[in-house]
Design a protein around this ligand. Structure first.
Ligand SMILES: Nc1ncnc2c1ncn2[C@@H]1O[C@H](COP(=O)(O)OP(=O)(O)OP(=O)(O)O)[C@@H](O)[C@H]1O
Length: 543
């Protein structure tokens, strides 16, 4: 596990003073430590006590560290007094102790001595600070997520810090306790005392650059192996187990890039990718979906085979990814099917909102920032047919850009990745996009059938057996194209079962009538040779 390193050329050094001796043990004095926030780089500057009053600390450290000024306020007098106060207390105790022992109760002198010991231990034992940043180079940092979950459990179950926050969202059943930034949370592991702090830091390059979050984990020097190899590993293992068992599926959306088009340096491009997430509240499951039962089974089998196919994919040298194309008219359940797939697999969803402003480079960064065991969704992919248009190439990705990323870097640097495209017009898609390897399974989401209707009626109205109106409904469904979304809307209306079904029959009859009128009109227009009308378009419009 590599610890992150930072440049020494930073302006916001935090300085700490402590007494001790330097490495050869001879020189005693005050050590000025330049601590880079969130980093274990420590710069010690040894001074004799008599030099303390004459030295300009900032100037000296400036030279040591490399030419950056520090805010003078860091060396305030109060702060200096604060850090010397325990030392002073201890000195008083030591000097006065023979005298004090006889005159003050044992408990009081004992308390003073132990305060001194604590202070000594605190200032003389060197600490290690490990920084755990929220984001790695490209993706989220799993140790950060695991630490967050661990601290959440820790403060909910036992150790409460001095300050913590409580919140409860609308639909939550219980309130949530969470840590606040800069407040210390103490944890113990095999007698090692561990101090956690959540920190945030604004990148200084630009006002719109994102705030960086990270945890600082501090502990006594000498325990590095225990902490890195056992403590953190335990936390991550536990997190992974919980994730697999009770994982709440999340849906990530990519936030709009800032409008002022900041051009970040190459190494910072990925910082521009900013996913935000909410828990997927969609309760869709395969069982609740009204679709062809055989197709449903085929899809579930395909997903199962994909999940268990690690060795096969490795053996044949293919990336462990699978592409699905869901096509059909609006309201036939494409989005619901994606939610059902995510709930079935317990994979997070990345909803990629392709806008004309994205370049191929942006697209690459976005795709590479998604995690394994996820479903990448690109809805209404036919709308990007215009990405053939090379004229708009300044900020527009190209179709070949999308395909290259899908086939190349994105798919080869992760495991268990699913990509789902949806479209209302399969015929408008470029055949290059449709070929196996890119879209391996094509799923047609069709208008509602009688089987689909029965399933919806069971979900919405709890009708398990037959109903006297079913014959009528079946007859109507055979003749009219109606989407499951339309049926669902009717079934949601208020009233008893009979009222709702009668309302549905009425709705279907109206649709049948409209259809008949539309075809009548079509025939009429066709028979009139002099009519200069786009018959198909006109009928569609009327529908
Ligand atoms: N096959 C289905 N089974 C069950 N419910 C469905 C189905 N299709 C649609 N619905 C209902 O209709 C609503 C809208 O459907 P959904 O958004 O999944 O359709 P869509 O095909 O993705 O539409 P669009 O192409 O406009 O995005 C869903 O929330 C669900 O309640």
């Amino acid at each position: 596990m590599g610890l992150p390193r930072r440049s020494r050329n930073r302006t916001n050094l935090k300085l700490r003073r402590s007494f001790g001796s330097n490495s050869d043990g001879k020189e005693r004095g005050l050590a000025l430590c330049g601590l880079v926030p969130g980093c274990s780089i420590r710069l010690n500057l040894w001074l004799r006590k008599e030099e303390l009053h004459t030295v300009q600390y900032p100037r000296i450290l400036e030279e040591v560290i490399g030419g950056h000024p520090y805010p003078q306020t860091m060396f305030s007098f109060t702060e200096m007094l604060k850090s010397l106060a325990p030392f002073f207390t201890a000195a008083v105790v030591i000097v006065l102790s023979p005298f004090v022992k006889e005159r003050i109760p044992y408990a009081v002198s004992n308390c003073l001595v132990s305060t001194f010991n604590m202070w000594l231990a605190r200032f003389c034992t060197p600490h290690i600070t490990v920084v755990i940043e929220e984001k790695g180079e490209l993706k989220s940092n799993q140790i950060y997520e695991a630490a967050k979950a661990h601290l959440h459990t820790l403060i909910s179950d036992s150790t409460k810090p001095k300050r913590f926050k409580v919140s409860k969202e609308d639909r939550q059943t219980a309130s949530t306790i969470d840590i606040i930034k800069d407040v210390e949370v103490i944890d113990y592991f095999r007698d090692i005392k561990l101090k956690w702090k959540l920190r945030t830091e604004k990148e200084e390059r630009h006002y719109s650059s994102p705030t960086k979050k990270y945890f600082e984990l501090s502990f006594d020097k000498g325990y590095e192996m225990d902490v890195l190899d056992s403590y953190l590993d335990d936390i991550v293992d536990r997190y992974e187990r919980i994730q697999k068992k009770d994982k709440v599926v999340k849906i990530y959306t990519c936030r709009e890039k800032s409008r002022d088009r900041v051009v970040y340096p190459e190494q910072d491009r990925d910082r521009n990718v900013n996913w935000s997430y909410v828990n997927l509240e969609h309760s869709a499951t395969f069982e609740k979906l009204a679709m062809n039962p055989e197709q449903k089974e085929m899809l579930k089998d395909d997903l199962d085979r994909f999940l268990g196919g690690k060795d096969l994919y490795k053996k044949v040298g293919k990336s462990w990814k699978r592409g699905y194309l869901l096509y059909g008219p609006p309201g036939t359940g494409k989005t619901s099917l994606i939610a059902a797939m995510a709930n079935y697999l317990k994979f997070n969803i990345y909803d990629l909102n392709l806008t004309a402003a994205l370049s191929n480079e942006d697209l690459r960064s976005i795709l590479l920032s998604t995690t394994d065991r996820s479903i990448l969704v690109i809805e209404d992919v036919d709308c990007f047919a215009k990405f053939h248009d090379k004229e708009k190439k300044v900020y527009t990705f190209t179709q070949s850009g999308l395909l290259n990323i899908m086939d190349g870097s994105w798919s080869s640097c992760g495991d268990e990745r699913i990509i789902v495209f949806t479209t209302n017009h399969k015929d408008r898609l470029d055949p290059a996009l449709l070929r196996p390897g890119r879209m391996d399974v094509h799923v047609h989401m069709s208008y509602c059938t009688m089987d689909g209707f029965k399933l919806l009626a069971s979900n919405y109205l709890n009708i398990e057996a037959d109903h006297q109106l079913y014959r009528r409904i079946e007859g109507l469904l055979e003749n009219v194209e109606v989407t499951p979304a339309e049926i669902a809307e009717e079934l949601l209306k208020s009233g008893g079962i009979d009222d709702v079904l009668r309302g549905l029959v009425k709705f279907l009859e109206q649709k049948t009538l409209q259809k008949a009128k539309a075809s009548e009109l079509k025939e009429l227009l066709k028979s009139d040779d002099n009519t200069d009308v786009d018959v198909e378009g006109f009928v569609k419009f009327l529908k």
